[in-house]
Structure formats: C-alpha cells, structure tokens
Ligand binder design. Structure first.
Ligand code: PDD
Length: 276
C-alpha cells in the first residue's frame, strides 16, 4: 500500500506522522474523500474547490496547486491499482509544540491514501434505516474538518440501534447525516437543508440538486422540522461513498416507515449515468 505524505508517494511502512502535528493534538485540519470509478477520480474539481475553501475558512495556508493535487491523486490511484474505491486527502495545520495559539508561519502537512471500496449495491437497492438524534456539533459544520466528534458519536449511537446512519436535528430542525446529506420528497418536491454553516454542502448533494432540476423536479433548499419526516413520501441520503441511498425507516426522536419510491429511483439512475 502506497500513501501520500507531503509531496511524496511512498510505501505505507516508510511514512510517519510527527508527534507535534496539530492534527493530532487539536484535530486542527481538513480533509476530502473522493470517489474513484473505473480508476478515475469523480468530481475531483468540486472536491478540490471545497478543500481550498475549508483551508481558507480555517486560515490554513495552502500553496499546493490544483495541478499538483490532481497529479498526486492520480498517482495514488495508479500505484495502488484502484478501480472502484476512494481517495482520502488530509491537510493539517502543521508541526508546532502543543499550544492553542497557532502560528501562521508553519507549513501544513499533507497526507492521503487510496483504497478499494465497491459500490454498495445492496444498500442502493434495499435502502437503509436511519437513527434520528440531536445534533451536538459546533456551528461551523460547513468546514470539512477532521474534528468529527459529534459525527462519530451520532454514528455509534445509530449503530447501537441497528441503524446504518444517524441523521441529526438542531432543536427540532433536521440538519444532515453524520456523514451524509438528507433529502425528503413530499408531493414530488425535494426538500433538503440549505447550505448554511449548519451542514456540510455535500458534493453529491450539489450533483443531485442539479440532476433533479434538470429532470424538471422542484427542489426546495429550506430547513424542515423533524415531524415532517413522518409524513414524507420518500427520503434518501447522499454522500461520496453512499451515492443516492434510499431510506426505508427512521427511528429515534421520530419514527417513520418509508417506501422506496420512483423519484429516488429516478435520481439514482440519473446519478449512475454520470459515472465514468
Ligand atoms: N463524508 N455531511 C457530512 C457531515 C459528511 O461528512 C459528508 C461526507 C457529507 C456528504 O458530502 P459529499 O457528498 O461531498 O461526500 C455530508 C465523507 C464521505 C466522509 O467523511 O467519509
């Protein structure tokens, strides 16, 4: 297995992380997960745009060019002979003896890996069960930070209730999943939380909104209360790894049993058409 460290791709055993890495001390870093289909990175430019945005929002200096990132990502894919999988790219603020106050002069540390990950055919066909719980995260969920405690706690809680994914609500308003965005469908209209500071604006979310509009569907980017989940006609979650995955039930703070309906199927199909 070959991994990326700074600008080099080396065997995993040869790569080490420094003890003084701020990512390790403070979770002071950002990341992206990019899907690989047929050996090619999917929507790589949108992911790189978001990486630059996250870096800017956190005042992390990022001088690596888009061309370099693209080359490094492609090299990771080739060296690891990945056909269907993911690339993970992480950037921490860099090395500094532990101190809350960060210095602006330090150089970020770039790491990454690629691994095989098949499309989740079974889940794409049969759907997933969701666990609805409180959103206890901070108020900058728009930044793709590696600091994911609220997310991983919600995910564990979901798994402990035999659910595949957690979806979260802030004071009764549905936000997003622990690692996905949520859409619901009522009377042929799609509803999803707007891209504010309270959610991560998923690349898959953006692709699906575009596909839905192209198909003539009405898309409303407005926050909705948890009770609406119980009267939805259909629902699905989106993410790089899960694509468009239907929801078959919701338990936790609200209970609902859902049909996997025609609009979800239509959008799954439209998404699949985009894959290389
Ligand atoms: N997670 N919301 C959150 C909190 C996420 O962590 C993710 C992605 C998404 C969906 O974004 P996208 O469509 O760009 O993948 C929404 C990635 C896959 C992860 O952490 O593994």
């Amino acid at each position: 297995k070959y991994v990326l460290i700074d600008q080099d791709i080396v065997p995993k055993e040869k790569a080490g992380i420094d003890f003084d890495d701020r990512g390790y001390h403070f979770g002071d870093g950002i990341y992206e997960v990019i899907r690989i289909y047929n050996g090619k990175p999917f929507t790589i430019n949108q992911h790189l745009d978001r990486l630059y945005e996250s870096a800017k929002k956190l005042d992390i200096p990022l001088s690596t060019t888009r061309e370099t990132f693209t080359e490094l990502i492609n090299e990771l894919i080739i060296k690891n002979t990945i056909e269907t999988g993911i690339v993970y790219i992480q950037l921490t603020r860099g090395l500094q003896p532990r101190n809350h106050l960060y210095q602006r002069e330090i150089s970020p540390v770039l790491t990454g890996f690629a691994e095989n990950l098949e499309r989740k055919e079974e889940l794409l066909t049969n759907g997933v069960d969701l666990w609805l719980t409180k959103d206890i995260r901070w108020l900058r969920c728009d930044i793709k930070t590696i600091n994911l405690l609220g997310n991983i706690m919600a995910k564990r809680e979901a798994a402990d209730h035999n659910c595949h994914e957690a979806i979260m609500h802030r004071d009764g308003t549905v936000t997003e999943g622990s690692s996905s965005n949520l859409f619901l469908i009522k009377d042929s209209t799609l509803y999803t939380h707007p891209a504010t500071n309270l959610i991560l604006n998923g690349i898959t979310r953006q692709v699906v909104i575009k596909l839905a509009k192209e198909a003539g569907l009405h898309v409303v980017e407005e926050a909705f209360p948890v009770d609406v989940l119980a009267i939805a006609d259909e629902a699905f979650i989106t993410s790089t790894t899960m694509e468009v995955t239907p929801v078959r039930s919701i338990t936790g703070d609200v209970s609902a049993t859902l049909e996997i309906g025609p609009i979800t199927r239509q959008l799954q199909e439209a998404f699949k058409q985009l894959l290389p």
